[in-house]
Design a protein around this ligand. Structure first.
Ligand SMILES: [Zn+2]
Length: 68
């Protein structure tokens, strides 16, 4: 599992990645969070679902507190 962070506010992106649509560029896209994406007017966004909610739920269910 690769963690992705918002380019603007550096928050962790869990499920949805907001990528600015730019058909001219072959470069890897920079992800933003929903808040930062919607704050930029006049842009077209592609939203990528990184994990399903079900998968995220499964990952969290497997977490165990380690007390030592
Ligand atoms: Zn952000």
């Amino acid at each position: 599992m690769q963690l992705r962070f918002c380019e603007n506010c550096n928050c962790e992106l869990l499920i949805l990645l907001w990528i600015m649509e730019n058909s001219d560029s072959e470069e890897p896209s920079t992800p933003f969070c929903e808040d930062c994406a919607l704050a930029q007017e006049g842009k077209t966004w592609v939203v990528i679902q990184q994990f399903s909610v079900k998968k995220l739920q499964t990952m969290y269910d497997k977490l165990k507190l380690k007390l030592s």
